[in-house]
Design a protein around this ligand. Structure first.
Ligand code: MG
Length: 495
């Protein structure tokens, strides 16, 4: 620890003591709530996770977008907590979802794969049964568990959400851009879909199935009405399950390309179709908030919103924005990993703008704590308990972030500093891994856009990060590389 960091640590301890003294009455209330929860009283909170797909750090009005209106998410951020240093477990879909569901780095569950490899409709594998999902964790404490939307942790029946702790499932089991029906003969053809012809795409171009449980309702799914139908399903399920504590995981397929919005929203945003799609998702969130208030559930429900990874920049105007953060989906720059993170819960969450660090892996641990369920002790968990911040009792325990790309640790953040040991251009065919020795070093509190490499000035910081990486590496036992294994032939699951 250098002098600056020592001074920061002392300041932080003094600030914490001061905040603690000021917040004793609040703590009494909040800790009462947790005690009640542990005793199994009816105060056990409900949880709703709303997960967007490929929405970037800069795509909400409350996070700085000038032409996308997101009044309901903005209201959640004002009445609840808006986190500005919130991270996902990977910058592509499948591993990011595994991290959220398991509270573990995707490498541990074998879902990390290579950057460009995700679970395709012909994948042989899915999230291993041995993993404990957040749904399984909450279910053992009596929660009703429902999922609506994109799963992408295995499309075969034995890997669908209803085999992983969810009582109920409605959605497309993978990305909305898969099962392409057009004949694509080259990589260029594929990219042309997103970068030249996106205006002409129709739901019929993507033969994706819409399932309820394991039954197919529609194929191809009518993606024009998908967001509205997901919202309606989530609301219906919550109303039906409001008597017991519940966990709803609403994972929108959009705004991942191809973009589709309902007639009501098409052409209404200044940001074009992408804005229409985001505004429709926000509108649905408003409907969910209204329903929670009408049903008398808002005081005992925590709603958490984030996205699975940064914007897919290569899809040009169809992709989102990481705002002032560098790069996007598929990369280990901040734009790939840092996302809006909003917690809302009028009876629980203390309103605040939070600059502490948090990750999607911390959700497993935090919700378990709030529900009074012990954290699994038979495996390495990567999550930390953010409940002190949510309840206004203290700081986030998190001081480190790991940026894996596939099975390699590309970068690491410790406090304000981030070191890149490897970088690689995202979504470039056969892009080379560039190794940096010394690593690139940025102070991402002072320089959130990662513009000014300060490695030469701070060898002591690099040494400290390298030491932390070694400690992490010694404890890391990677799982099998499930994504490398494809089916022996093109296996398309029939539902
Ligand atoms: Mg995604």
């Amino acid at each position: 620890m250098n002098t600056n960091q020592f001074q920061r640590a002392v300041t932080r301890i003094l600030t914490t003591l001061w905040v603690l003294m000021l917040s004793i009455p609040l703590m009494a209330k909040a800790s009462g709530q947790i005690t009640d929860t542990i005793n199994g009283s009816k105060k056990q909170p409900n949880f709703i996770i709303i997960f967007a797909d490929d929405l970037g750090y800069g795509d909400l009005s409350s996070y700085g977008h000038p032409t996308i209106r997101t009044p309901y998410l903005d209201q959640m951020a004002t009445e609840g907590q808006k986190w500005t240093n919130f991270y996902v477990g990977a910058s592509v879909c499948t591993p990011s979802r595994a991290a959220l569901m398991t509270g573990r780095l995707p490498l541990r569950s074998g879902t990390s794969g290579a950057t460009a490899k995700v679970f395709f409709p012909d994948s042989a594998n899915g999230l291993p049964d041995a993993e404990i999902t957040l749904a399984e964790q909450l279910k053992q404490a009596g929660y009703a568990t429902g999922m609506v939307g994109k799963w992408h942790l295995g499309h075969k029946k034995e890997y669908l959400p209803t085999t992983q702790g969810f009582d109920y499932y409605f959605g497309i089991p993978y990305s909305n851009d898969m099962d392409i029906t057009r004949k694509l003969t080259s990589f260029e053809d594929y990219w042309a879909l997103w970068t030249k012809e996106y205006d002409n795409l129709t739901p019929a171009d993507f033969n994706v199935p819409l399932l309820r449980g394991m039954e197919q309702l529609e194929r191809p799914a009518d993606q024009n009405t998908l967001t509205a139908r997901y919202t309606a399903e989530a609301i219906k399920w919550i109303k039906e399950n409001k008597e017991s504590p519940f966990f709803m995981y609403l994972a929108h397929n959009l705004p991942h390309v191809p973009l589709f919005a309902s007639e009501e929203f098409k052409g209404t945003s200044k940001r074009g179709l992408y804005g229409d799609v985001v505004e429709e998702i926000d509108h649905g969130i408003g409907q969910i908030m209204d329903m929670l208030k009408e049903e008398g559930l808002s005081e005992n429900t925590i709603v958490f919103f984030t996205s699975d990874n940064g914007p897919w920049l290569q899809t040009k105007i169809s992709g989102g924005s990481a705002g002032l953060l560098r790069d996007g989906k598929g990369s280990t720059w901040e734009g790939g990993f840092r996302e809006p993170g909003i917690f809302w819960g009028p009876g629980t969450i203390v309103p605040k703008m939070v600059m502490d660090m948090g990750t999607t892996m911390d959700i497993f641990t935090t919700f378990s704590k709030l529900a009074g369920i012990p954290i699994p002790d038979d495996r390495v968990m990567d999550g930390m308990d953010l409940s002190p911040v949510l309840l206004g009792q203290g700081d986030s325990p998190r001081n480190e972030v790991f940026y894996y790309s596939g099975r390699d640790l590309f970068a690491m953040r410790v406090g304000p500093y981030k070191a890149h040991f490897i970088t690689q251009e995202a979504y470039v065919f056969n892009a080379e891994k560039v190794r940096h020795d010394p690593p690139l070093l940025f102070n991402i509190e002072e320089d959130p856009s990662e513009r000014f490499n300060i490695a030469e000035k701070h060898p002591e910081v690099i040494a400290e990060i390298q030491k932390a990486m070694q400690i992490h590496g010694k404890k890391m036992k990677p799982g099998p590389d499930l994504l490398e294994e494809r089916g022996p032939e093109h296996i398309v699951e029939k539902y």
